[in-house]
Design a protein around this ligand. Structure first.
Ligand SMILES: CCCCCCCC(=O)SCCNC(=O)CCNC(=O)[C@H](O)C(C)(C)COP(=O)(O)OP(=O)(O)OC[C@H]1O[C@@H](n2cnc3c(N)ncnc32)[C@H](O)[C@@H]1OP(=O)(O)O
Length: 160
């Protein structure tokens, strides 16, 4: 199933968390689920922190990319953008806060919900809830900021 990440242009599709072109990354897909957003991921045994439980850095990474993906979906909706080819808004993380409430069991599918709690022209705040075995294990808040298409490129890149 496609996600917002399939509508980023190639140079925004290399992200370790969500880039469809990063063969070593998690390649998560973020979609609407009613008024909320959703992504799913199954950690591998090598994502272990303590035997039986998932490494927290991985969980932060999943929340990070689900947050920026949710922000892009919300901006597309707010600006009436019909997603096609590579026209999705592109957001980067300005802030990521994560709270680990319970150890996250390894071996089950993780589900992350995103709730758009604030949206302006360029900034989106997304509250995330991460569940495993129907248990709320982690919460997070992502502040994502819309960036231009040339974000991260040297200013004189066209002269090289
Ligand atoms: C599209 C595919 C990519 C997928 C990305 C996956 C997630 C990632 O890992 S991204 C990589 C990690 N993030 C980064 O490297 C970003 C580094 N930071 C930056 O480049 C800049 O600080 C950036 C773009 C976030 C904001 O800079 P700038 O464009 O100048 O924004 P600026 O005008 O100062 O602020 C815009 C809004 O964001 C808010 N904001 C900016 N930074 C922060 C922050 N750290 N915390 C809270 N709010 C912030 C501002 O207060 C402002 O809010 P408002 O509009 O309400 O006044």
């Amino acid at each position: 199933m496609k996600g917002i990440q399939d509508y980023y242009p190639d140079h925004f599709a290399q992200c370790y968390g969500c880039g469809r072109l990063n063969e070593h990354g998690h390649q998560i897909k973020t979609n609407w689920n009613g008024a909320e957003t959703i992504t799913k991921f199954v950690p591998k045994t090598y994502h272990t922190a303590i035997p039986g439980f998932v490494y927290g850095g991985l969980l932060a990474s999943l929340i990070d990319c689900h947050g920026t993906g949710s922000a892009a979906l919300a901006l597309a909706k707010a600006k009436n953008i019909v997603l096609d080819k590579s026209n999705a808004p592109r957001c980067v993380t300005a802030s990521l806060q994560v709270k680990y409430l319970k150890p996250t069991p390894i071996g089950s599918e993780i589900e992350i919900k995103g709730i758009i709690s604030e949206i302006t022209e360029r900034k989106v705040k997304v509250s995330c809830e991460l569940f495993a075995d129907d248990m709320l294990c982690v919460t997070g808040e992502v502040i994502a900021v819309l960036v231009p298409d040339n974000f991260g490129k040297p200013k004189n890149a066209n002269l090289q």
